[in-house]
Design a protein around this ligand. Structure first.
Ligand code: SAH
Length: 453
């Protein structure tokens, strides 16, 4: 077995779900950040656990042909991206393999029968994020805004993030400089003192409208008028400036109180033909170009003819629901966050869609209740958070026997677990499509088509 601080020469065979290289010594895996499959190198063991270990890459003796220099100068410090040292095609292949591996191992699926397609990637996989959310701190009397250094809460200043829409970065930096000129104090999480905690910028990819959010410790706002005047005169695309107050000692970004300081409470954006109003706290996919690809695929898998009743579980602000409503008789969306449901209803109205209804609550409670009341759907779409679907929801799907289930997942492991449950309940997984929503990170998004046997 491994010994801490010892050196080994190893050959890497695989990548973990978080993008670390995997090598084996006497059959035991060791995880090493920065190494790729088909590479050989010298590693130092830094932590030993039962049955596995973590190591540091000291020297590469053989390089993968998929290796590339990470374009971002702060790639190693930041930790936001995990795969910049892998070619983009290599990343897409890795994501497809991740999905295949867990579907086989956890989902017990026969991959001879289930088609797992190559990952749908971006033509230009940079500048894609529509939202920048940066912590603000102080160093040598000035403000810094950027990211937490890996495994610490030290804030590093960042002028440019290569996966971020450049406009977002420009606004964040300009706002930081303006705040500095007005003598604004950054929040200090250790002392629980100071004022400005986070700057958040959201950009409507199609509309070009921008929202700026200040998250502050207290609800006062020094120099409001002059400061906002300065910002809005520099950036005419800013249509909304909002203050969110978070006075708690917490890592959670948003507090409960939100006040509009300038313009509207919303900005608007479009995905395909559908327009969305987005408020400061509602969930909205961060890669608009690929969201379109993802939703088109979900719609294709739903195979709607205009006659179906559809349930969209975990519907957020109704994005997928309204996409489906274009082709369905009726769509029922369920979501746990009340503000998101208010947004969903407004979005239905905004698009003149009268065949979409929305309910607040836990999917695993609301949908079983609907079923007991005699309501059924021919197609069910689920898009749960990382922990996957609740068992009570899966059981109701099994009892309800819809023709088709479309499962949108941001975590292949829980997708695989849930597919296994549905398979045992009389469903069959037909096709699985990974979509690259987060290039250069190890995150994998997937859509699966499941049919009643
Ligand atoms: N389909 C939407 C949102 C997906 S994100 C879109 O594509 O934009 C997952 C959503 O599930 C979040 O909005 C979250 O608030 C919601 N959620 C989390 N747990 C839930 C539960 N138990 N019941 C219903 N919704 C839940």
């Amino acid at each position: 077995m491994y010994k801490k601080n010892e050196y080994y020469n190893v050959q890497f065979e695989d990548l973990t779900h978080d993008g670390a290289g995997v090598a084996k010594v006497d059959g035991f895996p060791i995880f090493v950040q920065g190494a790729l499959p088909d590479e050989k190198g010298k590693i130092k063991v830094i932590k030993v656990k039962k049955g596995f270990a973590f190591g540091r890459l000291m020297e590469l003796t053989e390089q993968s042909k998929e290796r590339q220099d990470a374009p971002c100068p702060i790639y190693k410090q930041c930790g936001g991206c995990q795969l910049q040292h892998l070619s983009y095609q290599g990343q897409l292949d890795y994501k497809q393999k991740q999905v295949k591996d867990v579907l086989k191992r956890i989902g017990k699926l026969d991959l001879e029968k289930v088609k797992v397609h190559p990952t749908l990637g971006m033509e230009d996989p940079w500048n894609y994020r529509n939202k920048a959310q940066v912590p603000v701190g102080e160093r040598e009397g000035g403000l810094v805004a950027g990211f937490y250094q890996q495994r610490s809460h030290e804030i590093i200043n960042m002028e440019r993030c290569l996966i971020q829409q450049a406009e977002n970065d420009h606004v964040v930096q300009a706002v930081k400089e303006i705040c500095e000129r007005f003598g604004i104090k950054a929040y200090d999480e250790k002392k629980h003192k100071g004022w400005l905690r986070h700057i958040i910028v959201r950009y409507g990819y199609v509309s070009g409208q921008m929202m700026l959010v200040f998250v502050t410790k207290t609800s006062d706002f020094p120099h409001t008028k002059a400061l906002l005047q300065e910002i809005t005169s520099q950036f005419s695309m800013i249509r909304s400036i909002v203050q969110n107050v978070n006075s708690k000692r917490t890592n959670v970004i948003f507090g409960e109180e939100t006040n509009v300081l300038f313009g509207s409470e919303y900005i608007y954006d479009k995905i395909g033909d559908i327009e969305f109003a987005i408020s400061a706290r509602s969930f909205y996919q961060v890669n608009p170009e690929q969201t379109r690809v993802l939703y088109d695929k979900a719609l294709e898998y739903a195979e709607l003819t205009g006659e179906e009743s559809v349930i969209d579980a975990y519907c957020g602000i109704g994005t997928i629901s309204l996409f489906l409503a274009q082709k369905a008789k009726q769509v029922f969306g369920v979501e746990i966050v009340p503000e998101a449901i208010e947004d969903a209803k407004r979005n239905a109205e905004l698009n003149g869609m009268s065949n979409a209804e929305f309910a607040v609550g836990q999917a695993e409670e609301v949908i079983p209740t609907w079923y007991k009341e005699g309501n059924k759907a021919e197609v069910i779409v689920v898009d749960p958070p990382r922990k996957g679907c609740d068992e009570a929801l899966l059981q109701t799907i099994i009892d309800m026997k819809p023709k088709r289930v479309v499962y949108v997942s941001c975590n292949p492991s829980t997708l695989a677990r849930d597919l296994h449950i549905l398979e045992q309940g009389g469903f069959e997984t037909k096709e699985v499509q990974p979509v690259d929503m987060f290039p250069h990170t190890s995150h994998v998004e997937t859509v699966a088509l499941i049919e009643l046997k």
